[in-house]
Design a protein around this ligand. Structure first.
Ligand code: NAD
Ligand code: PRE
Length: 292
């Protein structure tokens, strides 16, 4: 056990899942959760997933914690870190689970206490649901967690955090924040933007009623609606904080879509076949990787 006392700030889907997993996998002795929402605190207490629950004021828990994990919406991560800074225990590891890394690293650069080890993180695991009730202990099993420690970060702190995430069942990779943001723009942010657009386009169709969209939504459309039901606040924050990489991916997507549009217009079946065969191969490789 690398950390005896854990403080989770923001006990929603991700925070409550970490609490459940840390307890189930015996990764720490004491788990505290702080959340600014009265309803979330009530729910966390009823679920019995923490040894102590605090509303906005988590200073007394922060003073005891060996590991502090910020699990608030992205836009609040930097302010939450700065507010807790004076109360943190010397030598504590401070991390987060935000979906975008570059903006947070920049926002906190040079502002943290020297005796606190800041190791930003991102578990690439989630669902379209939010709140403490949506969490579950198995969420991180065999899912990647990316850590983006700034240069010069204490190596023991990084190793301890890697061990913690592995203890929750995750696979861990260390990466540069800007690389993380580009990879996520490709595999997570663009797909969500496309899903939001696709569902929006379908419900705006004048010739097909919304009732028909709901009634006849078979596999393909239905799959998109799952991620298009993701938390609007979280995804607004993701796009606004990972602007450069997302816009780069949107440009590439528009180019590729235009190429497919052209192939359809000019009956270029070979181009369509070639393209769809490549993407089918990627799908198979992803499923194979899951089996390993
Ligand atoms: N949902 C996903 O699929 C997913 C996956 C990986 C990472 N993330 C990241 O995890 C973070 C949390 O996402 P979530 O899905 O758990 O959201 P959530 O809405 O389920 O939970 C967030 C919780 O934080 C609380 N909160 C808000 N401001 C706070 C503050 N200042 N102090 C303390 N608590 C505060 C809210 O009351 C809420 O209970 C986000 O930064 C998101 O980018 C989400
Ligand atoms: O499966 C889902 O519902 C998710 O959207 C999870 C997902 C992802 O895109 O993979 C979403 C955002 C997070 O930052 C990490 C994971």
């Amino acid at each position: 056990m690398r950390f005896e006392t854990l403080l989770i700030v923001g006990g929603g889907l991700i925070g409550s899942s970490i609490a459940r997993a840390a307890r189930a996998k015996d990764q720490c002795k004491t788990i505290y959760i702080a959340d600014t929402s009265e309803a979330a605190c009530k729910s966390i207490t009823e679920l019995g997933i923490a040894d102590g629950v605090a509303d906005g004021h988590a200073d007394h828990f922060a003073a005891q914690a060996d590991l502090v994990i910020l699990c608030t919406p992205s836009a609040r991560l930097a302010t939450t870190a700065m507010n807790l800074m004076p109360s943190l225990k010397a030598g504590a590891v401070l991390t987060d689970v935000g979906s975008v890394k570059g903006h947070l690293v920049q926002a906190l650069a040079g502002r943290l206490r020297k005796d606190i080890h800041f190791v930003p993180g991102h578990p690439i695991a989630g669902t379209e649901n939010s709140g403490p009730e949506a969490g579950f202990a198995e969420l991180f099993e065999k899912r990647w967690c990316v850590l983006t420690p700034p240069k010069g970060t204490n190596e023991t702190a990084v190793a301890d955090l890697i061990a913690f995430w592995k203890g929750l069942g995750s696979l861990v990779e260390v990466m540069d924040p800007s690389r993380h943001d580009m990879v996520m723009a490709t595999t997570s942010h663009l797909p969500h933007l496309i899903a939001y657009t696709l569902v929006g386009t379908a419900i705006d169709m004048e010739t097909v009623t919304n009732k028909e969209v709901v009634k006849f939504s078979a596999g393909g459309f239905r799959d998109f609606t799952r991620i298009a039901a993701s938390d609007p606040v979280m995804w607004r924050d993701v796009f606004l904080t990972n602007k450069t990489a997302t816009l780069e991916m949107v440009d590439r997507f528009i180019e590729d879509l235009t190429a497919l549009k052209r192939a359809i217009r000019w009956d270029d079946g070979d181009m369509l076949l070639d393209n769809f065969a490549k993407t089918r191969d990627i799908r198979r490789r992803i499923l194979d990787a899951d089996k390993d």
